[in-house]
Design a protein around this ligand. Structure first.
Ligand code: GDP
Ligand code: IMO
Ligand code: MG
Length: 468
């Protein structure tokens, strides 16, 4: 029998590029959609007709009823969050029965991980989902005779014993942090966890060769990256990164498939970039002021509604790039899908994009949110800015430096391209796209790799497939 193949899709910037909506467009080319990293820190939004859903742990192929959905061993699984997500998916009229599988090797996010993330995640601006502490316990394995890395498969082999261990870990964390031991609260937390875990076990796949068997039998896989390359635990802007490996190569370790089956690597980038949480962002509108403002407003209640009361049209005309950034956030609805935090915005950085393409061997790019580029035509000079060069200590470089300080000190060369004014949200083919946008896509073809498609709106059919 002819074996199948696997493609890997990753985000090329700082997350939220629209990976899920691209997967929703191309999923029909595959039999299996599989996650290989991260957990409920991801917020993957799909808009299809009346339905708008943000997925966190379930792969983005849900709307294709015959697709197998797989969560690999590289992921961390939060049962309580997962059950809420499954309920939402069911409420949208989608069934997961018999097609959703979780690797028995995936690590569980335990209640104490969330507690610790809330205590220490502020400097980085984590999503507070317990992701860093869960991966760190995976690496630590044991402490003082306590099992720290508890996996979904442990629930299958000894459900009650596993829950006892999780409770002990929670109590030990409370003691270590001098926090109150409230037995009633601990019991409530554990009961909620146990109820969710009882449902989650029905999806656990005991066979650790599950995916590779299917591919050997001819099934094709699309690996769905979460977070994005610039947030990789090693290759990203350390320490302002997530705690999993987000690069394309990680799909094979975290997705439970030998790399033999790899066919191509797909990258997703957005035409106006964003970043949530702290860390360097060379093309950010308003620079450090924007970073500090978004950090401060991250915990403000109903901030999105308050910010959106301002006139985006007026702000766009400002001389101050910070205000232009606020306007673009309002127009693009750039607030986190998982946390609601304001996303920091910056113009497309072609040096960073080419670097991510080279580092991951990306074969083709999907560029999302091209429809929003036209708002640059409403700014004072009416042009479309892009970063085209980096100077580090006076020297031109084509990579993102390892040190956060060097990243912050980079001088960027910005080119202002002519912008279009047409509404492209109903474009169906390249012939419907304005020449200014085609020029930008051509620049990406030349400096990074081929652009295979362009997003012109969030809906499934607001998408243009480009000829190679
Ligand atoms: P992901 O984490 O990479 O899957 O991206 P998110 O779902 O967090 O954020 C992307 C947001 O942009 C979502 O709200 C999408 O509906 C929206 N989106 C995706 N593609 C486009 C596009 O081409 N145009 C517009 N206007 N919105 C888009
Ligand atoms: P998707 O898959 C954007 C960011 C957080 C924080 C840092 C570490 O939707 O693109 P973590 O909770 O992972 O320890 O947070 O990483 N971050 C994301 N930013 N999109 C994401 O996922 C992200 N997942 C984590 O904001 O800066
Ligand atoms: Mg997201």
């Amino acid at each position: 029998m002819k074996p199948g193949f696997s493609d890997v899709l990753i985000g090329l910037q700082y997350g939220d590029e629209g990976k899920a909506r691209i997967i929703d467009v191309i999923a029909d080319e595959y039999d299996i959609i599989a996650r290989f990293n991260g957990g409920s820190n991801a917020g993957h939004t799909i808009e299809a007709g009346d339905i708008r859903i943000s997925l966190h742990q379930v792969p983005s192929g849900i709307f294709y009823k015959d697709k197998i959905l797989y969560v690999g061993s590289g992921c961390v699984v939060n049962p309580v969050k997962l059950i809420a997500e499954i309920d939402e998916i069911h409420a949208a009229g989608v069934s997961l029965g018999g097609r959703f599988h979780i690797s028995s090797l995936a690590t569980l996010v335990q209640p104490h991980h969330i507690l610790v993330d809330k205590l220490i995640g502020g400097d980085i601006g984590t999503t507070g989902q317990g992701i860093g502490p869960a991966y760190s316990d995976r690496a630590l394995r044991m402490k003082d005779g306590r099992l720290l890395n508890i996996r979904t498969g442990d629930l299958l082999s000894d459900f009650d014993g596993t829950l006892r261990q999780i409770r002990v870990n929670l109590e030990a964390t409370l003691v270590a942090n001098n926090l109150e031991i409230d037995n009633r609260h601990i019991s409530q937390t554990m009961e909620e966890f146990a109820n969710a875990a009882r449902i989650v076990v029905t999806y656990i796949q005991e066979d650790t060769l599950f995916l590779s068997k299917l591919v050997r039998q001819g099934k094709n896989v699309l690996f769905e990256g979460a977070q994005s390359f610039m947030l990789d635990v090693v290759k990203g802007s350390v320490p302002y990164v997530t705690s999993s490996s987000t690069q394309a190569a990680a799909a094979y370790s975290g997705g439970d498939l030998p790399p033999t089956f790899h066919r191509k690597t797909i990258g997703v980038a957005k035409a106006i970039m964003s970043r949530v949480g702290s860390g360097p962002f060379s093309s950010e509108f308003g620079g450090p002021r924007s970073e500090a403002y978004c950090k401060e407003k991250s915990s403000a209640k109903s901030f999105k509604e308050i910010e959106r009361q301002q006139s985006a049209g007026d702000l766009l005309l400002s001389d101050d790039p910070f205000e232009v950034g606020v306007a673009l956030r309002i127009i693009g609805n750039e607030y986190g899908a998982t946390t609601g935090r304001p996303r920091r915005l910056g113009c497309l950085d072609l040096v960073q994009l080419a670097y991510a393409v080279k580092a991951n061997g990306v074969d083709e790019i999907f560029l999302t949110k091209c429809d929003l580029l036209r708002d640059y035509s409403r700014t004072k000079n009416g042009t479309m800015p892009i970063v085209t060069g980096y100077l580090s200590n006076g020297k031109s470089i084509d990579y993102v430096p390892a040190s956060v300080n060097s990243c912050r000190e980079l001088e960027t060369a910005v080119e202002n391209l002519p912008c279009f004014t047409a509404d492209i949200s109903t474009a169906k083919s390249a012939a419907d796209l304005p020449k200014e946008l085609l020029t930008l896509l051509e620049r990406i073809n030349e400096t990074s790799c081929q652009v295979r498609g362009a997003g012109v709106g969030p809906e499934r059919d607001q998408f243009v497939l480009l000829e190679s």
